[in-house]
Design a protein around this ligand. Structure first.
Ligand code: NAD
Length: 297
């Protein structure tokens, strides 16, 4: 069994660390939030009092942080950067969704110290993190991918090698741009149906068996009361925050600009989530976008 440092125990990182501990690994966990750290300890992790302490003697270091600036500061540019402390035999796995350029920069800084780094963002949401069924989308060398696989398999079901360093983040951002578009489209269709007197549960069942079927309708319905156990059924608490979806759509727009790719739908989705965020909803789950449609009625 491996010794694993796990940094960032939020909505996603908490259950991911718990699954590693349940698989028998020795997980030294750290989060800036004491409440998140306590939950990880209840789930079988050891509490570290800093990220620097967590990485001592680790075979693997996993980070699950909000954005690129947090990842770069932690490993490279902050006070006591972890690349000064991590053993060169360890492999760093960053599962945060960040821009590919930062992932490549951090990987290069690790390589200068002989430390391996892969980008391994995930898809599958908090439900997938809890159930251990996440999809991992890895960018890095083939040997690093092979080495990470048994660890990722404790947290996920589908593990893909997208290509070289940064490729995992590019694939992830393509997926999340599509997710933002399909969630907006699902909110739009359900709102129009409800405005015309349809029961949202009946309409959802119809569309799930029709050509409009999609992931939001299947496992993440945005209308309260249609589906149990989703953020819509608990006032949009937990889940995947509007702030994070807005960040991911911004990353998609950067990739679009750098590669001169046409992304009019991604751009429209970003504008919708921007409006919703600027109405004070950044901390809610992203399926709360349906409120934007309902407030427009
Ligand atoms: P979150 O805000 O719930 O968790 C982030 C955690 O990182 C927080 O607990 C915070 O205290 C901690 N943190 C921040 N800086 C830190 C530091 N320097 N040291 C230690 N801890 C620190 O976010 P989340 O929903 O868990 O998402 C994490 C990442 O995963 C994001 O990049 C997000 O885009 C991505 N993601 C989220 C989902 C989802 O459904 N929530 C799905 C796929 C990918």
């Amino acid at each position: 069994m491996a010794t694993i440092a796990f940094i960032g125990l939020g909505n996603m990182g908490g259950p991911m660390a718990a699954n590693l501990a349940q698989a028998g690994h020795n997980v030294n966990a750290f989060d800036l939030s004491g409440a998140a750290l306590n939950q990880a300890v209840e789930a079988g992790c050891n509490a570290a009092d800093s990220a620097q302490h967590a990485v001592r003697g680790a075979d693997f270091v996993i980070s699950m942080l909000p954005a690129g600036k947090h990842v770069e500061a932690l490993f490279v540019s902050g006070e006591q950067p972890l690349f000064d402390l991590i053993d060169s035999s360890a492999l760093v796995i960053d599962s945060s969704t960040i821009d590919a350029d930062t992932a490549r920069r951090v990987a290069a800084a690790g390589a200068e110290k002989g430390i391996g780094f892969i980008d391994a963002p995930v898809s599958g949401g908090v439900g997938g993190a809890k159930a251990g069924t996440l999809t991992f989308i890895v960018g890095g060398e083939a040997a690093q991918f092979e080495r990470a696989q048994p660890i990722l398999a404790c947290m996920g079901k589908n593990i893909f090698h997208a290509g070289e360093t940064g490729a995992g983040q590019i694939a992830k951002v393509c997926n999340n741009m599509l997710l933002g578009i399909l969630m907006a489209g699902t909110c739009e269709a359900l709102s129009m149906g409800m405005k015309n007197g349809l029961d949202p549960k009946v309409l959802s069942d119809i569309m799930k068996q029709s050509s409009g079927n999609n992931w939001a309708l299947q496992v993440y319905n945005p209308v309260p009361g249609v589906m149990d156990g989703v953020p819509a059924s608990r006032d949009y608490e937990g889940g995947f925050m509007v702030d994070l979806m807005f960040k991911d759509l911004g990353l998609a727009m950067e990739v679009s600009q750098q590669s001169a790719s046409a992304t009019p739908m991604g751009s429209a989705a970003r504008a919708l989530f921007n409006l919703h965020k600027s109405n004070g909803n950044g901390g809610l789950d992203f399926s709360s976008l349906i409120r934007l449609y309902q407030s427009a009625e």
